[in-house]
Design a protein around this ligand. Sequence first.
Ligand SMILES: Cc1cc2nc3c(=O)[nH]c(=O)nc-3n(C[C@H](O)[C@H](O)[C@H](O)COP(=O)(O)OP(=O)(O)OC[C@H]3O[C@@H](n4cnc5c(N)ncnc54)[C@H](O)[C@@H]3O)c2cc1C
Length: 481
Amino acid sequence: MTVHSHSIPVSAQRDMLQIAIVGRGFSGMMMAIALLKTVTRPFQLRLFDPHPTVSGGQALASTHSSEILNSRVRDLSVSGEPADFTDWLTENLAFRQAVPAAIPGFGQIFVQKAIFSDYVYQRFSEALAERRDVTVQMLNEIIVGVRRTADHRFLVGIGDGSELRCDVVFLATGYGAKEPLPDIVRDRSPIAAGHRLGGSRHVVVLGNGLRAVDRVLQLRDSGFTGEITILSRRGFLPQAHTRLSADPVFPAQAMPKHLPAIMRFVRQVCAQAEADGKGWQAAMNGLRKRARSLWSALPQKEKRQFNRHLRAIYDSHRNRLPADMHARLERELAGGMTQMKRGRAMKRTQDGVLVRWRGQDVDGLLLADEVIDCRCLSPDLADPLIAGMLEAGLAIKDELELGLAVKGSGEVLTPKGGPGGLFAIGPLGLGSLPDIDLVPEIVTQAYTAAALVATSGLGNRPSPTGRRLADTAGAFPEVFA
Ligand SMILES: Cc1cc2nc3c(=O)[nH]c(=O)nc-3n(C[C@H](O)[C@H](O)[C@H](O)COP(=O)(O)OP(=O)(O)OC[C@H]3O[C@@H](n4cnc5c(N)ncnc54)[C@H](O)[C@@H]3O)c2cc1C
């Protein structure tokens, strides 16, 4: 499916910079926007994803239109202008009528995924409409491999057996393309009140993030009055956003270098923010701005300790629930019909789910009429695409093996340095870059990567006339108008 192609002659298309984006989740779509707005020379862009709809991936796709994002509007701009999403909402009459907040207050509110999704796709369409010198194709294909060619380009292996020659490849595969745990039902369809559920039935929700909480509250909204168990390995549910502005605060002084001292320091800063009436959330927002340098300076052993013992706590403080939702969750837990239990789901059985309870070494059966999987996933390094690249020396794992080792721009590191032209955008870089699974960080990374493509001469090669493509960039719009 070609989304956009002004009548550019085929011979000229061949000489254009060839770019592939693998994955059309938020990271892939964001990368496309950044390229369209930043790379001024003509290019051919292909976005691959086996899922036929441009769904927005994990963050935006939702069968429940009511699901709320856990970031404030002010933090979700995709244009490079911080107020862009707020401005978009302000111009959206239907939204303004539905939401009571005063216009300046829009930056502080939380909106449904569906609204953010509309905004992202509108900005993508607008960026595309501005470019008469670019072609974009959406291909419903899985990418199975990437190879380096002798002329420093890439051959992208497509699921149908064909290969595509590219100058630049962006991996935006997020949490992978595979179906998670086939024997556990994934959270896909809304459960209506009457569907297998009645007053005395029991639903188990796996996970402890925003999606799990959302699902619990939706079950109640849809009239479910039975028992709910939230099953999570560590048992930390998201904390609440403050109703205050939570603008980042953090002391400028040098931070301690080791984990225990860092933890003490962060606790003190949070306590101070509370004492100053700003809320600990403002300190956590400030900490996020220092997280990248802190993480890279931490010894490997302490990174592992953080991952094992502290990541779940950090996540529950950075991925926060809007205050109203959090209050509802607390009431729900206090009411007794919803409880949180700590354990790992091992296998779905006919009667429920087999659980390794925390602190025990045998599995027990948790009876359930419905098991809904709302766990956060991790990037899948065993995916044939990623595994093949690792084997071919096109990429290396980060030191904790959470994902690929990348620079801030997403450039993938290899045993020999950076190959140039190969990027991993978003969660694939989570082991190198803390918080790169969040919208603001993905936006910044996408623009940084696009700027590199725009300025580095990637893909510049002699054209048939002997001139390099970048030199002719200004001429293309007239030629192809
Ligand atoms: C429920 C939820 C709520 C969130 N809410 C927020 C929020 O409020 N604020 C915030 O900042 N962040 C939020 N996030 C986090 C952030 O937005 C996500 O990390 C984001 O989903 C990352 O998107 P992605 O495109 O990298 O990955 P994904 O969403 O996983 O998309 C990856 C895409 O790549 C495709 N793919 C994978 N492998 C291949 C292959 N080999 N070939 C072709 N295609 C492939 C997949 O089919 C998929 O469509 C949320 C995340 C989730 C899951």
